[in-house]
Design a protein around this ligand. Structure first.
Ligand code: ZN
Ligand code: ZN
Length: 327
């Protein structure tokens, strides 16, 4: 047990109701980031503010809020001053530099908070703060316009949301995954086309459809990424969202002829977090979740790491059991 502490300058204290289990939690558990243990993982956190530190404005006790991977910008570094809050030089990562949401209570920086619409439950909202924000933000800022062909590579925790957002944003959507088993699910999520990358060359299949304006890469294998790259139409963009150790190999030939691009995207700002949740509530986009009590966090994490989650595990606490109860 950790002692209950008061929020400091610029911070709020949150009674956690739900906390999504994300693959990036391996950064905390396995220490793939430089980290000082013990550290509580969890960066898809929804709860109610129960105490507000000094210097915090715009948030109220009792308000339901979310915390994502980016723990909050500083407001004074070069990047913040240019409005690029995601790349703030002093950004802390939730669950890496500070304790995250696999807990009853957490302390969060007010500049990182996201608003939770009333019509989303805490468990439904949680995965949208990382997996949702990441896919929504990448698509929203992409060069694709309504009617353009957008491909989503990988139908997992990120991809199953990416397909839904792409559909609701008005794109022609191609889902790419291995095997025939996923075809039905991909169509149900809103994909117009399903490409089985185990049976066909996904790049050729995309070219048959006219070439993709954007490929959202939610799988982490570098080879899988390379195999779809030539499926981009001229000027098209591949956006890498899934982190993995394997390098992405594309030839300069495939980059230069047809002026294709590859870029990375890192979640999004708290304001885009607000938009992600609002858009999800409006359009009915939701993560397929399995809720697990907080005391079974280790088992939920193991299931996610084994690739057996369909598709997001969400830890729920007793705080969220009766949402009408006073704080
Ligand atoms: Zn995450
Ligand atoms: Zn900054």
């Amino acid at each position: 047990m950790k002692p209950l502490v008061d929020p400091g300058l610029g911070q709020v204290r949150i009674r956690v109701e739900a906390s999504g289990v994300c693959h990036s939690d391996a950064g905390t558990v396995e220490g793939s980031f430089p980290i000082i243990w013990p550290r509580v993982p969890g960066h898809e956190v929804v709860g109610r503010i129960d105490a507000i530190g000094s210097g915090v404005r715009g948030w109220e006790v009792g308000q339901r809020v979310g915390v994502g991977f980016l723990g909050g910008s500083c407001g004074y570094c070069e990047f913040c001053r240019n409005g690029d809050l995601v790349n703030c030089s002093n950004q802390e990562f939730t669950g890496i530099h500070s304790d995250g949401g696999y807990a009853e209570v957490m302390i969060a920086k007010a500049t990182g908070l996201v608003r939770i619409p009333d019509d989303l439950s805490s468990a439904d909202a949680a995965p949208l703060l990382c997996a949702g924000l990441t896919t929504f933000n990448a698509l929203r800022n992409s060069p694709a316009k309504a009617g353009d062909l957008v491909a989503v590579l990988g139908i997992g925790g990120l991809g199953h949301l990416g397909v839904q957002y792409a559909r609701h944003m008005g794109f022609e959507v191609a889902a790419i995954s291995r095997g025939v088993d996923t075809a039905e699910l991909a169509k149900k999520l809103g994909a117009h086309h399903y490409i089985d990358s185990a049976a066909t060359d996904p790049a050729a299949a995309l070219q048959t459809l006219g070439g993709a304006k954007v490929i959202l890469i939610t799988a982490s294998g570098g080879k899988t990424v390379a195999a779809t790259f030539k499926g981009l139409r001229p000027g098209g963009l591949s956006i890498a969202l899934g982190v993995g150790p394997e390098p992405i190999e594309v030839t300069s030939m495939d980059l230069i002829f047809a002026t294709r691009k590859v870029e990375g995207a890192l979640t999004g700002t708290p304001a885009v977090g607000d938009a992600t949740l609002r858009f999800s509530a409006l359009s009915g986009v939701s993560a397929m979740i399995e809720t697990v009590p907080l005391d079974q966090a280790a088992a939920a994490y193991a299931k996610m790491m084994a690739g057996k989650a369909r598709f997001r595990m969400v830890l729920v606490t007793k705080n969220g059991a009766d949402q009408s109860s006073p704080l």
